[in-house]
Design a protein around this ligand. Structure first.
Ligand SMILES: [Zn+2]
Length: 211
């Protein structure tokens, strides 16, 4: 199925949040299923699969539709588990054991190790999974989510200030005052609304004056 990829993807600053945001669009309160192609694109963009592996993984929806669907089901479940847990953190509610079970399930079935990986001119710790089954493709996402939930850094986890928008992000900004998933979308939309409100107020004042 075709997905509009022309819209800029808001930066959520954490792999687990970017994945959790995948079926959400900026400014949109609706959650849709994840599509196979966008899932593969996401894995490639986040360097979870290499350029050489990408055609093989993408073709799975044709060559092994059962395996592809099973992986997509795991991905959906993981995404829902992450969103439910992150929203609970935002509301300062307890996270229930059954909510994190899909995260633990991925962590359990994926064995691997950490290693240093180049990241531009810097180095980062990267997770290298043992490639058995396909769930390993979700390992880094599950791990990123588990770290965020275990870390308890609730003050940096935020939801877009647009009430209609469900996008989550991690505020890495120096001032810690980021409010919008995307300035270009929700930020500007809110500014335009505030401007319209101000104009209306002034218009009403002017009318009252003339009356
Ligand atoms: Zn937003």
């Amino acid at each position: 199925m075709a997905v509009d990829t022309s819209l800029p993807t808001p930066s959520a600053n954490r792999l687990c949040l970017e994945f959790a945001n995948l079926p959400l669009a900026s400014g949109d309160p609706v959650e849709r299923p994840i599509f196979w192609d966008e899932f593969v694109d996401f894995l490639a963009a986040k360097q979870i699969i290499s350029a050489e592996k990408m055609p093989y993984i993408r073709a799975l929806s044709e060559t092994d539709p059962k395996a592809a669907q099973s992986l997509l089901n795991h991905a959906e479940r993981l995404g829902r588990a992450l969103r439910t847990s992150f929203r609970a953190i935002l509301k300062e509610q307890d996270i229930l054991r059954e909510w994190v079970e899909p995260i633990n399930q991925i962590l359990r079935v994926t064995e691997g190790h950490d290693e240093l990986q180049p990241d531009g001119s810097l180095w980062r710790m990267g997770f290298v999974a043992r490639e058995e089954g396909l769930e390993w493709l979700l390992a880094a996402i599950a791990r990123s989510g588990a770290e965020l939930i275990a870390g308890g850094r609730a003050d940096s986890l935020k939801k877009c200030a647009n009430l209609d928008c469900r996008i989550l992000f991690y505020d890495d900004s120096r001032t810690h005052r980021r409010r919008w998933c995307s300035m270009a979308l929700c930020g500007n939309r809110s500014k335009v609304a505030a401007f319209a409100r101000r104009n209306q107020d002034e218009g009403e004042k002017a009318n009252a004056h003339h009356a």
